[in-house]
Design a binder for this molecule. Structure first.
Ligand code: NDP
Length: 425
């Protein structure tokens, strides 16, 4: 184990020097680390032991018509085809009148887990008695939330085991995601609880299972809008509704179905400076809310229309966390022309539905690979070492030869270089 000393206390230059000294990186690799470190002050503010910036591409998806308002949607992703598929799905839905999106209240649940309980029934009774007092303590721990119209809404208890009780407190977080605010409030309540009831608290933390902060998008697509290369719209609509059934029945398919939805959701969550781990974990728990993991969206054929619906917990913030810190997030909020967290939720849930439609459409017609092959080959060819000028030629040659693997990309690249060298000599 190399000695990095108190890495966190060292200035950036020293950290890089230590990496140079301790690791077997080439000069070129060190240079990559150094030149990518574009926002040292910001990086140091945001995380610990900062060394560099890891950049992701950002693209824009078009054709989003949500609640009769047009949007362009910034998306941050490393996966080819996601942005193109998003625009494609949205354009079909726009022709059908667009998305209708709505949100619930923005309540987040905080948990105080009480352990070593001797009599759970008796404790829950006692907690209910002092419930109002506990909510007051929570609100007083972050009074600005109450002033903004938010704050605690209710308190419930649940017995988890013979010795464990959870106290769930619902808090209206207004425009923030709320994690830090809630954790502060909960810790104040936990302290009060220990004082009043002499009860041991195991932990106090928000729950990322945001069942009280849910967004929903629907669309209704006349089947003729789905017709594709010799396949009737009705036939495609039938296949999409069948695919939706499969995602309700089979967890193996449901996970992939939902991954397709999250391709879009995560990309906007990231572009808007939000915590995608929180959204991911909440979404997948929601997919299993009835005891079996199922597709988060459904597609049904009714009166010659394909009706799509997606509902998922979306505890995103419009302020707070890294949102106010990363300058690009403000640019993205302005590109989106959104003015609230609820509007952002409407956009994100709609993107999830469009993404899902595009994926299902491809899957039940020509297959997922065909339409996306060129972009995927591009990544492969770059991984093989091609530069921007060589890339196009190698991709064309791979398509002609029906090759999709890295070895072939390297071989073709080598041949091209040899050919160019011979031509030049
Ligand atoms: P912050 O700690 O940044 O708190 C929100 C801030 O926004 C407060 O400072 C608040 O000001 C301000 N604010 C301004 N206007 C409003 C408004 N209209 N409504 C609400 N707040 C407003 O962020 P969060 O509490 O939202 O926490 C989110 C962060 O916590 C994320 O970065 C997340 O990754 C992280 N996190 C997540 C956890 C999890 O998911 N399990 C656990 C721990 C952290 P004021 O102080 O005046 O009220």
């Amino acid at each position: 184990m190399q000695n990095y000393g108190k890495f966190y206390q060292k200035p950036w230059e020293e950290r890089i020097n230590l990496i140079k000294k301790n690791e077997k990186l080439t000069e070129k690799q060190i240079q990559i680390l150094e030149t990518a470190a574009q926002n040292k002050t910001l990086g140091n503010t945001m995380i610990e032991n900062y060394i560099t910036d890891y950049s992701y591409p950002e693209g824009i998806a078009f054709h989003y018509l949500i609640n009769n308002k047009d949007y362009i949607v910034p998306m941050v992703t490393e996966e080819p085809s996601v942005v193109a598929a998003s625009s494609h799905g949205a354009s079909i839905i726009a022709k059908a009148g667009g998305f209708f999106a709505s949100t619930s209240e923005r309540l987040m649940i905080g948990q105080i887990i009480v352990e070593n309980v001797e009599d759970t029934e008796n404790l829950t009774k006692k907690i209910q008695k002092i419930g109002k007092e506990l909510l007051l303590v929570a609100d007083q721990a972050h009074p600005s939330l109450k002033r903004r119209g938010g704050g605690t809404r209710w308190l419930k208890t649940r017995i988890l085991a013979a010795d464990l009780v959870t106290i769930d407190i619902a808090i209206d977080v207004q425009e923030a995601m709320g994690a830090n605010m809630i954790n502060t409030m909960l810790e104040a309540v936990a302290k009060k609880l220990e004082e009043l009831l002499n009860q041991q608290v195991l932990m106090s933390i928000l729950s990322n299972y945001a069942t009280e902060c849910v967004a929903r998008a629907t669309c209704e697509i006349p089947v003729e809008l789905l017709a594709k290369k010799g396949i009737s719209g009705e036939n495609i609509a039938k296949k999409i509704s069948q695919a939706s059934r499969v995602a309700q029945l089979d967890p193996y398919r449901a996970v992939t179905h939902n991954k397709g939805i999250m391709n879009g959701v995560d990309a906007v969550v990231m572009a808007s400076g939000n915590d995608w781990r929180a959204i991911e974990s909440g979404a997948h728990a929601y997919a299993a809310r009835n005891g079996q993991y199922r597709g988060l969206s459904t597609w049904k054929l009714n009166n010659n229309c394909l009706i799509g619906e997606l509902e998922l917990p979306l505890p995103v913030g419009f302020v707070g966390g890294s949102i106010g810190i990363i300058p690009l997030v403000k640019v993205n909020q302005d590109l989106l022309k959104i003015t609230s967290a609820q509007e952002l939720e409407c956009v994100i849930v709609s993107v999830g539905l469009a993404q899902n439609l595009a994926a299902l459409l491809a899957l039940v017609s020509e297959g997922i690979q065909k339409g996306h092959m060129r972009l995927q080959l591009k990544s492969l060819v770059i991984a093989a070492g091609a530069d921007a000028i060589e890339e196009q030629t190698v991709v064309d040659k791979m398509l002609q030869a029906g090759k999709r693997d890295l070895e072939s990309a390297k071989k073709i690249l080598k041949e091209i270089r040899k050919r160019d060298k011979n031509a030049g000599s």
